[in-house]
Design a protein around this ligand. Sequence first.
Ligand code: PEP
Ligand code: MG
Length: 835
Amino acid sequence: MKTNVFGGRAKCLQRLIRMELPVPVTVALSFEAVHDIAVGHMPDMPALLAPFGAQPLLSVRPSSEDPDWGGPGAILNIGMNNDRLTEMTDLIGAEAAHSLYLRFVQSYAVHVARLDPDEFDLPALADARSLQVMLDAYEMETDEPFPQDPAVQLAEVLRSMARAWDGTTARLLRQAKGAPADAGLGLVVQAMALGVGQGECGSGVIQYVDEQTGAPKIKGRYLGQSQGREALGNAAGAIYLTRDARGQSLEELCPEEFTRLVEYGALCRVRLREEMQVEFTIDDTGLHILDAVRLQRSSRAAVRIAVALAEDGIIPREDAVMRVEPSALSELLHRQISPLTRRDIIVRGIAASPGAARGRIVLTAAEAQASAARGETCILVRRETTPEDIRGMHAAQAVLTMRGGVTSHAAVIGRGLGVPCVVGASDLVINRKRSQIIAPDGRRFAAGEMITVDGTTGQVLAGEPAMLEAALDGAFQTLLDWSDAFRDIGVRANADTPADAQTARNFAAEGIGLCRTEHMFFEDDRLGVMREMIFSEGSDDRRAVLDRLLPMQREDFAALFSIMSGKTVCVRLFDPPLHEFLPSDRAGMRDLAEQLALPLSVVVERVDALSEYNPMLGMRGVRLGIAIPEIYDMQARAIFEAMVAVGRNGTEISVEIMIPLVSAMREVELVKARVDAIANAVRAKTRMTFDYHLGVMVETPRAALRAADIAEHASFLSFGTNDLTQMTYGLSRDDAGRFMSAYVQQGVYPEDPFHTMDVEGVGELIAMGAARGRARRPDVVLSICGEHGGSRTGIEFCRKHGFDYVSCSPFRVPVARLTAAQSALRDSRKTITNS
Ligand code: PEP
Ligand code: MG
């Protein structure tokens, strides 16, 4: 029986039967059969009912391919009718028989006839009167008596469950969990084991590990005179499974059944190679196993369970690596707010997705995307989110909503993406007109201000409180170590600061693939000097100011090289247009004029002179390096002097220098000549030897086309997929958010290409560039360092084209290590299958 034909539940039940567990008679309906039912073609009902005898009493449960995709709720006691009531009364007593019938009428009325649930509450007393009231209510609402024929009842149940699967809500919910649009539903029809009656009767649910931590632990509840999963959720009268000081337990009440349940758990773990949650019933004929589903688990538990199964020899390590969804790792990776820090709470809401993150307030998804495209962190603050916000949520470090609960869109998506999220902060006011949020105490926070969202506690804090790095347990490390053994592509990190580098190192990045050096100039103490440099007159003046920046840069690099000792650090020379360092409003210019002791008019004039129509296509990257060579000179000197300083302590250093925004070979020649000259000067002055590699960031289409020429002067080519996507599409990174939703909705682009790598277009350019570069210089090192480097598509692309490594943000490194391993394993499995 295949999971993709009958669904996971049906497949699992079949295996339980083979394992000779006491499972009642079961018939499975395939995806195709259920689809046919949904469109009105019913199966042969007599044939379907035949295995269940003359007087069937049945349950129907959903069986989707992946249990996490959900499905309609189970319906029990199908077959109860007036005749059956009399017989059952003799068999199990009047109260139990009425209870069965009442439960069936209730779920039939609500889930099949879709009547108002408020009208069909279960009465406190299950007797003939309360049953009649419910049957009358049914007739009143539907103008028909309650159906008596079991075949009709079953047919209607099947039809309603099949149709519910096709409903919009169900589809959206499962798609949010990764189900494909055409995911199928199977149904399982099973003879009822009653759980109500005379003697010790009841039902319960047992699991064998803790769903939060993954640690071995028997958990669950048992409730006498109950059915299905009624014992769960603080049901009155439910008892513990194992002996417990707080009250009675199944272990004491039914020791024999309890022992068998524990044995079944161990058997399931070995034979089903999975941690299960088992639904059982006890009646006078003994123990029945009705269902076993894969235990729903937190990401942390998923890792621990997979590793434990492999360590116990139940599954191979390859399987353990394949079982953990890479995105689940990011949930474990988030920082937390330090317990020692003072919390300046703006508002409290519901903790919906764990981890803490800080960023600037943005009020729309488009702003979030623009902010991410600029490389800035942001917090998306919305009244509530809708599917249209998904790309904005992706781009944001955290999400805060005024409305919603733990299963609202923001919460579900936030958890899915591993983005910290607080929902239902209803005391917050969002003033869109003034672009601000207003806290319950009246404080106002404008868009652009820094806040911190703590998705673990539900608090939203002002400013940037101190953070603790994620605490990762041994299972996480083990899983990643195993992944590394299967991986065939390197993973480096994009890291600009010593803190980033430390995180990268903690996550076992194999080096830094992109250090955006300009970020170092935005620090408070440097910004002023940077601005002075921009305002300096002539080369000598400029050089004098840059001499003041030199020691700061040298310190930055020395810190990075020390932290990354033994691993390669790729330093990208200055990239952004200079105007990014200048104020954009009048007040800022006035401040600057004061600082530099210049007339305001001079400042305004200079800012105007630097402004460009298309700054991202203007005076930036290597163009600045050639037009104002003193900047790159200073950076090269700072790099080499830092190498000498750190190298003197015996630290192993490996440095690459990368030139951004190249579009012509001559640019590389010119910069290389100056950088080499500075290296020689530093060698001569310090009498120290050192080596470095010089390479090119391929992020213009022309650089990809001319990669052969360029590779003559470049020992590595690193594809910057952000700019390359921007320039290949002719689509501004900062403004694409404005129409991206419309484009994706109408299928113009299958996905936002800044988020999911465009393999067809941008990918072709990269493949061409890589092939041309490699043809001219066979040992040229190839990589991707744009945002796509850590994504599955990007990693699969790079593996396919034989790249040496990908580089991604430090927190993405573990995700990329696992993704790369899974991709390699998938390929090797394909090879085994094909050969
Ligand atoms: C890129 O363009 O892909 C890149 C990594 O550089 P940046 O994002 O700094 O422009
Ligand atoms: Mg770039």
